[in-house]
Design a protein around this ligand. Structure first.
Ligand SMILES: Cc1cc2nc3c(=O)[nH]c(=O)nc-3n(C[C@H](O)[C@H](O)[C@H](O)COP(=O)(O)OP(=O)(O)OC[C@H]3O[C@@H](n4cnc5c(N)ncnc54)[C@H](O)[C@@H]3O)c2cc1C
Length: 306
């Protein structure tokens, strides 16, 4: 732990370098230098850490070995642990996950007049959505179009994305912004009500729609209110641990686990929507260490911060 004397000493070092650092205009890296940097430090570039899935709908996809071990691992429960003939919940649409995607799906299902329920591991809104800051991109200004947005997004992803998914993203984005706006999300606006749009990373047009620097919290606040106001049932502190399949192999519900009591429950549904977000907390390749983010003996010294 640092002592106050040591911190004061470091503060003096920072102050002495301030003018020099403020005037510093770092040279832009070339494409080769960027690739070299990524190859040394970015987990996605460590080929020996990847494997190919041997089962399931994503069979053949290359994924981190730890994700493969989870997806292809043995179930945490056995068939005799649950009684499928006596479900604890019966619904039309079972939505797993209480973030932005789950709440939006529930609102749309309710709007369509079907019975929906959300089960979520923590509380509704305890989700990555709440933490997003920058905003959402949507090509809705006269100088922009979903086609230009597609080129920015697909190129920005080094052409590795699934084009049909990028197409869906860019063509549906303006509609999604309007949907959120009508629900009451307080997007940044000009005095005349026009949406303020700014540049995001890698964009050739200003298409970022934000609510100050708490866009996700504002979106989640609005969606959560809407779910609650509509009386859509939310079962919180409950994780889905298995998807139940019917005789045709179609999802027909889920086995749920109460996170506090570890009790297993069965939810039967005509449709199951998995809205459990990404997998960032899985910490693929272990926790970040200096090997990932700082220069060490096995990395090039020229990237060391001084
Ligand atoms: C710090 C931060 C900043 C970000 N900034 C931006 C940004 O500026 N712009 C942008 O577009 N994106 C941003 N993102 C990404 C964006 O927030 C996410 O892509 C998006 O919110 C995902 O929404 P989601 O509903 O799919 O998932 P989440 O919001 O993660 O919701 C998933 C939900 O599923 C629940 N869950 C998970 N597993 C289970 C289970 N087995 N059973 C039951 N429930 C489960 C979780 O508890 C959670 O409630 C940011 C993310 C972070 C973390």
């Amino acid at each position: 732990m640092y002592k106050i004397d040591k911190l004061n000493e470091l503060a003096k070092v920072v102050a002495a370098k301030r003018a020099e650092n403020a005037a510093l205009e770092p040279r832009r890296m070339t494409a080769e230098e960027k690739d070299d940097l990524l190859a040394h430090f970015h987990p996605d570039y460590k080929q020996e850490e990847f494997t190919v899935l041997s089962a399931g709908v994503n069979k053949g996809d290359k994924v981190p070995t730890q994700l493969a071990a989870l997806l292809q691992g043995k179930s945490r429960i056995s068939a005799s642990d649950v009684d499928l003939s006596a479900p604890d919940y019966d619904t039309d649409v079972l939505i797993i996950g209480g973030g932005g995607a789950g709440a939006s799906a529930a609102i749309e299902a309710d709007e369509a007049g079907v019975k929906a329920m959300i089960v979520t591991k923590l509380r509704i809104g305890d989700a990555n959505t709440m933490m997003a800051e920058g905003g959402i991109q949507a090509a809705d200004k006269p100088n922009d179009s979903p086609t230009i947005h597609f080129l920015d997004a697909f190129g920005g992803g080094h052409f590795a994305a699934k084009p049909e998914l990028v197409k869906k993203l860019v063509t549906k984005a303006p509609e999604a912004i309007q949907w959120l706006n009508k629900l009451g999300v307080e997007f940044d606006k000009e005095a005349d009500g026009t949406m303020v749009t700014t540049h995001g990373g890698g964009t050739s047009r200003k298409r970022m729609h934000a609510a100050k620097d708490y866009s996700g919290a504002e979106i989640m606040r609005t969606l959560r209110d809407e779910v609650i106001n509509r009386g859509i049932p939310v079962v919180d502190f409950t994780a889905a641990v298995e998807i139940i399949l019917d005789e045709n192999g179609k999802a027909a519900g889920a086995v749920l686990m109460n996170m506090e009591t570890k009790e297993l429950l069965v939810a039967r549904a005509k449709t199951v929507i998995i809205a459990t977000g990404g997998a960032g907390r899985l910490h693929y390749q272990g926790f970040p260490t200096s090997n990932h983010y700082g220069a060490t003996a096995d990395g090039p010294d020229r990237y060391r911060l001084s």
